[in-house]
Design a protein around this ligand. Structure first.
Ligand code: ATP
Ligand code: HSE
Length: 319
């Protein structure tokens, strides 16, 4: 269940008039998702998704919502927020911020093959390029500063071996962030959570991606590493799968060639991307928020990935 705030069609009768969407015809709660309340909304004009934000306030939303609008305008297949008659994209509903966005066709491909990974890589590169002239700035709020602040909070729950792993990796990433290689990496707005469940396909064709609520400005390579670490692995061991990794990276590279600094940074970045989700999953597991109602994701999955990236040399980025 992921309907934390209940809304009925009756509740929308007045509210929807501020949007150029005609009358609301149907409303159906969406079961998946752990952060927000989502409904499929049918109006006289078509199919939409209504999201009511449970954990983000009005001040935090412009970056995410404007980024989606910006990318949609540039032809990237992302949910396009609908403006009300005042030009506002985020509007209160039952006292919480809410948005209406276009509905993407299709379903997530939970067993991605090289053909799907290539589609994902191509879209990711296009999204990075399309974000270059996005004017708003917000750091990745799950970046190095957050790791430094959060690691001490989870340390008391860890085994001695995992405590050592976390401390060593954070020290390594802190030092790496201070190198000319890292500073020379191209950057801009990134999705930062482009897991397979946030991308839609119809057959083998990618139809869009959603869930921009961890987006921020960071290195493009971090976004690539997050995506590879989820799409291109053996689920049981976390090891990289050569065919899927190559397909994703080659398709990305065809749209936006990797730089020499990115080649040097690839292995550390795969480790950083594994650390990011190991840490957030540890935090959600050991220190769940009061409002959180669903089973947290398994942290050990990303511990395995991190250990694998430490032990094995990743294939080079394509030339
Ligand atoms: N624009 C959209 N078009 C079609 N389906 C969507 C769209 N946005 C969300 N969904 C559907 O709603 C579900 C929940 O959305 P989403 O993942 O954004 O929620 P969430 O609460 O932020 O979840 P989480 O943070 O766990 O990923 C998705 O799995 C997808 O099926
Ligand atoms: N993709 C994240 C969940 C937050 O969207 C994870 O798997 O830990």
């Amino acid at each position: 269940m992921a309907v934390f705030t209940t809304v009925t069609l009756d509740d929308l009768t007045q509210w929807i008039r501020q949007f150029p969407l005609g009358q609301a015809r149907a409303l159906k709660g969406i079961a998946s998702g752990i952060e927000n309340t989502n409904y499929f909304l049918t109006t006289e004009r078509g199919e939409y998704v209504l999201t009511i934000f449970e954990n983000l306030d009005f001040a935090q939303l412009p970056f995410y919502v404007q980024l989606m609008a910006h990318l949609a305008r540039r032809g990237i297949p992302v949910p396009d927020p609908v403006a009300n008659d005042q030009g506002e994209l985020v509007v209160p509903l039952q006292g919480k911020p809410a948005v209406i966005v276009s509905k993407l066709e299709g379903a997530s491909q939970m067993d991605p093959q090289p053909v799907h990974c290539a589609e994902g890589g191509r879209m990711l590169a296009r999204m990075h390029l399309a974000g270059r002239d996005f004017p708003l700035r917000q750091p990745n709020l799950r970046g190095l500063d957050w790791w430094l602040e959060t690691a001490p909070k989870v340390m008391p729950f860890l085994s001695a071996a995992n405590e050592a792993l976390l401390a060593t990796e954070i020290a390594y990433q802190k030092a790496f962030a201070d190198t000319p290689t890292y500073r020379g990496l191209p950057r801009g707005p990134v999705h930062a959570d482009l897991f397979r469940n946030n991308v839609m396909f119809v057959g083998d064709k990618l139809t869009g991606c959603f869930d921009f609520y961890f987006a921020g400005c960071d290195t493009w390579l971090f976004d690539v590493a997050v995506t590879v670490n989820d799409w291109c692995i053996d689920q049981a061991t976390g090891a990289l799968d050569a065919a899927r990794t190559e397909a994703m990276l080659a398709a990305y590279q065809a749209e936006r060639p990797f730089t020499p600094e990115e080649r040097e940074a690839w292995q550390p970045m795969l480790r950083a991307a594994a650390l990011r989700f190991w840490l957030s999953r540890l935090y959600d597991f050991h220190l769940p928020r009061e409002a959180e109602m669903l089973t947290p994701h398994d942290p050990t999955h990303f511990e395995r990935i991190l250990r694998d990236r430490l032990a094995l040399q990743a294939p080079e980025l394509p030339a």
